[in-house]
Ligand binder design. Structure first.
Ligand code: URA
Ligand code: SF4
Length: 231
């Protein structure tokens, strides 16, 4: 084999592996147009990178776009990047992020198998709560992420994730675990991991909510395999 051909083959394998790596390396990715979704998500990330739609662009260090599997069945939706996320430019990498990672693993998944994002893509100074103008200004990016990924379920973490999707200000203590729809996609509200760190007594009820997330994914998978067998 000519050296040039070998180089070409190696380059294409390297490219393929890079895509797999970025998308969580899952066998269920095979046969899907992964690159197309990555490109669509990249386009939003580019728009976010230059965004000045609210004043948070003035104080952010790095924008924090979503990350994970573009074919994720579950989106975990947080509120806004914290200080550590602002420094690193990645969602949920601080203390709350460590708990979220543990939760994902306890559900039998890896971080790379799901998609993790926030309502706001820029860190609010002093970790203050997002203002409704900021949620509205930023919402189009989240809407586009959800449209592209089209997950089976969104796990909305905390008050602001739920406010953004449901447009209703229901206290989470009443709303958690109660499924609703966002654009036809099931949403399970639960407590934010940062809240669970401060209120560990709520971990038990959060776990009940999270089990519902997995049940939804499984329920749909079963339906799919039944249909496939029937074809
Ligand atoms: N809290 C969030 O809501 N999102 C993050 O990315 C980190 C902490
Ligand atoms: Fe733009 Fe959202 Fe950042 Fe505001 S928070 S500047 S709307 S990306």
């Amino acid at each position: 084999m000519a050296e040039q051909d070998l180089v070409k083959i190696l380059e294409s394998i390297a490219g393929y592996l890079e895509i797999e790596k970025r998308s969580g390396v899952n066998c269920f990715m095979r046969g899907k147009n992964v690159q197309k979704r990555i490109d669509l998500l990249k386009k939003i990330a580019e728009d976010v990178n230059k965004c000045k739609k609210c004043s948070l662009y003035e104080t952010r260090k790095k924008v924090v776009f979503g990350e994970g599997n573009p074919y994720a069945k579950i989106i975990f939706l947080g509120e806004a990047p914290g200080e550590e996320e602002d420094r690193e430019g990645k969602p949920f990498v601080g203390k709350a992020g460590k708990l979220l990672t543990q939760i994902i693993q306890a559900l039998g998944l890896r971080r790379g198998e799901v998609y993790i994002t926030n309502v706001l893509k820029c860190h609010p100074p002093d970790n203050r709560s997002p203002y409704s103008e900021e949620i509205n200004a930023c919402f189009d990016y989240l809407k586009r992420e959800i449209e592209i990924i089209n997950p089976r379920v969104i796990c909305a973490l905390g008050k602001f994730a739920n406010l953004a999707l449901s447009r209703k200000e229901i206290p989470l203590i009443q709303q958690h675990g109660r499924e609703y729809l966002y654009e036809g996609i099931k949403v399970i509200p639960t407590f934010h991991p940062a809240y669970l760190l401060r209120n560990p007594q709520e971990k038990k009820s959060a776990w009940q909510d999270l089990k519902k997330v997995i049940e939804i994914v499984k329920r749909k998978s079963d339906l799919k395999s039944t249909t496939l067998i029937g074809v």
